[in-house]
Design a binder for this molecule. Structure first.
Ligand code: 5AD
Ligand code: SF4
Length: 446
């Protein structure tokens, strides 16, 4: 009988990528993906530990599954990804949710098929497989991709930066770059299958190659990806400001295919806080990088991440963050309230900021950022942009949604035959979070 699996992914694109691999492996085992959790024979949560609320979300889901699990004897429940990598939290989960069957980590998800068959042969006991710093880079796993026209490609695993607030180096281990030949082969195959866009993923893509002997670095990789026929757009995420050098900016200014968008997390506008975060750049360093980027790459769109309420953050520090927002004029931002994470130096500090102050600062930050997002979008009104069409709009059946090169979401009326194509759209209306327009034959501005 056919078996169904349901997978839910929390957190970053790295987890999305791992989930695509997991889905690919399960399809090889003749499992079919379902969106209806009740019809699933196997439920997988690929989890995130970056903030406490991501953790709480999982607990909510697991609590709700208890009933389903008791009604369906042979239902398999697997929890994987970042959360199980932490010993304390994993033990808490094992104790609180004893009905979980399989626990795997960020470096062992490729063993899931093996774990499922072990479980089927020897029911009852929970199976736990974890590795802190796997050297196996999971090459040659099948992948089920969400789209047929754009793909996520992991170019490196782990992180070496140990920002003082962050749990990622503890959950995903040290930086390990994939072999460039493997990456290029994967992208060439995608191009031959009609994929037009690739997003190169890593916690810090600009340090690609630093762990490998020789001087093949991120810029060389981009140059080679750019030479692949059929690939029309290249994206990359994330970049750590400390590794964005002049040669990279130079390359961006020459590149025909790398999109005019960079995600460059700043975290704070106070050099004092940045030092305590162990970010290895100052406010001035950051502003200089974006000045260079803006000069070298026409219409570059700069998005960022902020953390408010880092331990010891004073009103003056926070004011500096607002000041940087006004100066940098970000196109988009992900904003986070600082969350205490296990095993991190910042989590152990005694000068934690009061919740109420954190929330007040968070709201002030949004009030400062949002008008700029809108203003930046307004500059597109009346202009024609090239849009890679992703899907039918979630709110209207006869509308499509896609992204401009600068990573703006664009909605417009159109037939679903256009999905996967790059079309020209004239922008007629803008909002803080997206653009609206109409299909046009006119030449594109960007
Ligand atoms: N609390 C809040 N935000 C965090 N981030 C990472 N760790 C924490 C934390 N402990 C944010 C950073 C990072 C993004 C992926 O998540 O802004 O860039
Ligand atoms: Fe975390 Fe810093 Fe590494 Fe990003 S660069 S994953 S914030 S430690």
């Amino acid at each position: 009988m056919e078996k169904n699996f349901y997978i839910e992914t929390f957190g970053c694109q790295m987890n999305e990528y791992d989930s695509e691999k997991i889905s690919g492996m399960l399809k090889n085992l003749d499992y079919k993906e379902t969106e209806d959790i009740k019809s699933a024979d196997l439920i997988i949560y690929n989890t995130c530990l970056i903030r406490k609320n991501a953790e709480n979300k999982l607990y909510g889901k697991l609590g709700a599954l208890k009933k389903l699990k008791s009604e369906k004897d042979d239902l398999i429940l697997a929890v994987g990804g970042c959360i199980p990598q932490n010993d304390e939290i994993r033990n808490y989960i094992l104790e609180k949710y004893p009905f979980i069957d399989i626990i795997f980590g960020t470096n062992t998800f490729y063993r899931l098929p093996e774990m499922i068959s072990k479980h089927l042969n020897n029911n009852n006991d929970v199976l736990v497989e974890l590795e802190k710093n796997s050297s196996s880079l999971n090459e040659n796993l099948p992948t089920i991709r969400k789209y047929d026209h754009k793909a996520l490609i992991n170019i490196m695993y782990g992180c070496n930066n140990f920002c003082s607030y962050c749990v990622v180096p503890h959950t995903r281990g040290r930086e390990r770059s994939r072999d460039s030949e493997d990456i290029l082969t994967e992208i060439k195959l995608l191009a031959s299958q009609g994929f037009k866009e690739v997003t190169l993923l890593g916690q810090n893509v600009n340090s690609y190659g630093n762990d490998i002997e020789g001087d093949y670095k991120f810029t060389q990789l981009l140059e080679e990806v750019e030479d692949i026929d059929g690939i029309e757009r290249i994206r990359y995420v994330s970049s750590h400001p400390k590794d964005v050098g002049d040669d990279f900016i130079d390359f961006l200014s020459r590149s025909k295919k790398v999109c005019n968008h960079i995600h460059l997390p700043i975290q704070s506008g106070s050099s004092k806080v940045l030092k305590e975060m162990n970010r290895k750049y100052s406010k001035e360093d950051y502003l200089l990088i974006i000045e260079k980027l803006k000069k070298s790459v026409p219409n570059i769109s700069i998005s960022t991440d902020f953390i408010v309420g880092f331990p010891g953050e004073t009103e003056e520090d926070f004011e500096e963050t607002l000041e940087v927002c006004r100066e940098a004029e970000f196109d988009a931002a992900f904003t986070f309230i600082y969350s205490i994470r296990p095993d991190t130096p910042a989590g152990k500090r005694e000068d934690q900021i009061d919740d109420k102050i954190k929330h007040e600062r968070f709201n002030k930050l949004l009030e400062t950022l949002y008008p700029t997002f809108y203003e930046k979008n307004l500059a597109y009104k009346g202009k024609v942009v090239k849009v890679l069409v992703d899907e039918v709009s979630k709110s209207k059946d006869d509308y499509l949604t896609g992204r401009s090169a600068s990573n703006r979401i664009v909605h417009f009326k159109g037939n679903k035959d256009l999905i996967g194509k790059i079309v020209n759209v004239k922008i007629t209306n803008v909002k803080t979070w997206f653009l609206e327009g109409v299909l046009t034959e006119e030449d594109a501005y960007e």
